[in-house]
Write a new protein. Sequence first.
Length: 484
Amino acid sequence: MMDENTLHQWFIDCFGAVQGEMAWRQLESLPDQIREQLMSQSPEDLPDPAQIRGMMQAFAGGGLNSFGEMQQTIAEGPINVKLAKSIALQQANDADGGRIVTAEEGNAMRRAMSEVNLWLDTTTGFDPAPSHAEALTRAAWVEGTIEQWAQFAAPVAASMNDALGAVISERLGDAFDGEITGMFAGPVPIPIPEGMKDPRQLMKLFANTSYAMQLGQAAGAMSKEVRGSYDQGIELLKNPAGGLIMQNVDEYAGELEIDASEVTAFIALREQAYARLYATVPWLMPRFAALIGKYARGITIDLDAMEEQLRGASSLDPDSLSGAVNLSNVGLTTTDEQKETMHSIETLLALVEGWVDCVVWRSGMAHLPHLEQLREMMRRERAVGGPAELTFENLLGLQLRPKRTREAAQLWERITADQGVEARDAMWGHPDLLPSLPDETDRTEAAEPKGGRIDWDAELSRLLDDDANGGDGTNDPDDDARSN
């Protein structure tokens, strides 16, 4: 049970003396039944005032200050990217992550990048990426990647918005009596502008905002886990040379109890191997984007599950409605076509990461005493995924984790030993030249580089034209059942 003085002070701590007093007076005007319900709660159940202030700042940065900005937010797309970035930056810049890159860290990264590029010159014919790698803060990683994540998630978010509108108009219309006059954000009543009282319009705003909040929270959490810009195996930064999040690299070295310079060199070596591959192979990132887009567009929403989530929402605000836009709650089982697309993503990602692993091994074995230990740790991390990565997967509806990296690395190693570096790298010259992973039934035999090829050109044409017609020519989807 909470007394009035405690709640009064909570309003002031959250909103300041003037606005806090106004919020308290609004509370006093509520019906007795609602006031009694609020007062019956324990003071420990009230959100931390610092979190409330941070959320208000994020909403201000997300273009939600006025009715006009709300309408513009809906018109700009299914995700409020400004809000997602604002929330992610708050997490990235918290007490543990808000520090800058020191001069010493910047110099250490540049030395490592220069050194590993010399190593790579001896093991691959691919030239270094244009530009120079960056020493990044967690906030800089958020700034550089959030729009790409939002682009991947946009088809899913659009499906969520459409499903919310359908549920509201077709199933829950009676519950709202045709329009909404107000909502509750915690204990504070907020009036709804006239133009937003249409439940479908308001739900679009809520879905847009709720999805952005979850995306921002996931990106903020991931900023504390990633160490290089290519950690997910795909190109996310506009700078093709990539970069390292030095605070995370240092913390990782401390956890492993390995000299920080060796850990930095290992992560820099991986980063530059990816950077050279993506800079040299222009079709690679568009291929991933097309496949991810195809998979995301195929996701369907369980309207029954969404209706249940909406009926169970404690109030009409983005936080309470977050369950209704969480794919783990409302996403339907993937179709056969999506399984094929997912298999294509996993196969291509495994070939990319296998090539990187092969090149990293050949480049670093003479220079990094703990190379094998570091490689194995990286493989396990990629196979399992961190907490923030798993959150991202719930939002996007797919995993960006290869299941056969070890086999792919062995395949590239055999090709290198049998045919040489030049022949190996030439296979990235065209999608049809890529090698195939061994069949599930005969993994012990070396795969013929030109056997069982995917018709990548035909597949990409179907993806880009959004005119899929049949399978994509990949191996049987059961191939990805075995994880490393």
